[in-house]
Ligand binder design. Structure first.
Ligand code: GDP
Ligand code: IMO
Ligand code: MG
Length: 422
């Protein structure tokens, strides 16, 4: 039995949802342990496109249990909407979904504060998804957050909410924003709480019992390594630990029960929002956007695009302890020739091979590239490594070598079948 942590090895949107969908076939339980509905994980299933925000991508497979762990921040209104949306598309949601009673709530004032803080930062903004993620994790760290357990006790919830609303409305007013009606939030949240109640559980106990019974767990990372609050390109990051350790703290499953870490990375690099992206390339972005690719699954924003950055992915391998690699979107490079790969940075005249911790220094880094020949033909129909053109095999081999982990999956299209398992 192998418990697997799947992490994004770049800046998010690496294709984690698609790889989770592939791997869920062999797992019993899929767990989200951090982030919130800032995530957008795309899965093509039965010819339909699903975008999961809070619910683990395993929900599309029958007989798999999905857990939203204690480390996730939950907007209950958004979660109810997601459940209803999936049910309308024919997905069964019942005893296959569990929600941790320790997960913190995202409230409307978190969203309003997220928006206000971004507005006030002007050009220095982070480019958040405006889902209230930063303020919600801020309250959690300040020990003033409300949790699912509070929502399950209507009287207690209303009392705590009244105090929180008073405090946050005065902050919003001071920022020049409109105050929010406490009565409306109270009514909306209690209604959502009632809908969520059947799913709420002590998920830590559930997961430990499952482990005892020999079940196999897949931890579905959200965001990516360089959006991690500790290890990412601070301050242009999200507010949770997106790296492998987050799977433990965000689920209550201890490190020694984790068997492998799978890093998912695109064959090139993308990023949404602000912050440095050393290998950014306008021509590559234009080509990918013209192909209809690289628009955000949550906000619809055009993603910034660049060449594969091995300085970044090598660092991601180290932080996460990545032993296996999944390379996605190889087909995005089908018409690119030559293909550049960043193998080092120049910072203020010096060659470095580790990303600097300081955002301004990272922004000054000039990539050092090597060029590899393109393959100039479609890879979308490849189903095994031998089906790939020789140049494509060399390319994936080279990026695995530079990243320093074993290549086990190559993805050549968004559908489950367009996957090479090595
Ligand atoms: P996630 O957040 O990591 O789950 O990734 P997103 O779903 O936000 O973005 C990845 C995008 O790439 C989605 O539109 C996927 O359907 C798509 N995708 C994933 N793997 C492949 C692939 O190998 N080829 C192509 N063409 N699309 C892919
Ligand atoms: P998945 O799971 C890509 C980015 C935002 C912004 C920064 C902070 O689909 O890979 P936040 O709203 O979290 O405070 O925004 O993080 N971001 C993501 N970028 N994929 C995601 O999730 C992201 N979640 C947040 O664009 O730059
Ligand atoms: Mg995404």
């Amino acid at each position: 039995m192998a418990n697997t942590i799947l992490v994004g090895a770049q800046w998010g949107d690496e294709g984690k949802g698609k790889i989770i969908d592939v791997l869920t076939g062999n797992a019993d339980i899929v767990v989200r342990s951090q982030g919130g509905n800032n995530a957008g994980h795309t899965v093509i299933h039965g010819g339909k496109k699903f975008i999961l925000h809070l619910i683990p991508s395993g929900i599309l497979r029958p007989r798999k249990i999905c857990v939203i762990g204690n480390g996730v921040v939950i907007d209950p209104i958004a979660l109810v909407r997601e459940i209803d949306g999936l049910r309308n598309l024919g997905v069964k949601i019942g005893r296959n979904l569990l929600i941790s009673d320790c997960a913190h709530l995202v409230l409307p004032y978190h969203r309003a504060l997220d928006e206000q803080r971004e507005l006030r930062k002007g050009v220095a903004k982070i480019g958040t998804t405006k889902r209230g993620i930063g303020p919600a994790y801020g309250d959690k760290a300040a020990r003033t957050g409300l949790r699912i357990a509070d929502l399950m006790q209507p009287e207690l919830f209303s009392k705590k909410l009244t105090a929180k609303m008073r405090e946050n409305n005065s902050i919003l007013k001071a920022l020049g924003a409109k105050p929010i009606s406490c009565a409306k939030v109270n009514a909306d949240f209690l209604a959502a709480g009632e809908r969520l109640q059947p799913f709420v559980a002590n998920t830590v106990v559930y997961l430990h019992q499952a482990l005892q019974a020999g079940k196999e767990i897949l931890f579905e990372g959200a965001q990516g390594t360089f959006l991690d609050i500790d290890h990412g390109t601070y301050p242009y990051v999200t507010s949770s630990n997106t790296t492998a350790g987050g799977a433990c703290t965000g689920s209550g499953v201890p490190p020694h029960r984790m068997d492998r870490v799978l890093g998912v990375m695109k064959a090139y690099t993308t990023r949404v929002g602000e912050g440095a992206l050393p290998t950014e390339d306008a021509t590559l972005a234009e080509m990918l956007h013209e192909m209809g690719r690289e628009f955000g699954a949550t906000t619809g924003r055009a993603r910034r695009c660049g060449w594969f950055d091995a300085v970044a992915t090598r660092y991601a391998t180290m932080i996460n302890g990545i032993d296996e690699l999944a390379i996605t979107n190889l087909d995005g490079l089908d018409k690119v020739d030559p293909i550049k790969v960043c193998i080092g940075y120049h910072l203020d005249g010096k060659k470095i091979d580790v990303p600097p911790s300081d955002a301004a220094q990272l922004a000054r880094c000039e990539p050092v590239y090597e060029s590899l020949p393109g393959w100039n033909r479609s890879t979308e129909r490849a189903r095994k490594l031998a089906d790939l053109p020789n140049e494509a095999r060399v390319y994936v081999g080279r990026i695995a070598e530079l990243t320093g982990a074993r290549l086990t999956i190559v993805s050549v299209g968004p559908s489950r079948g367009q996957t090479l398992i090595l």
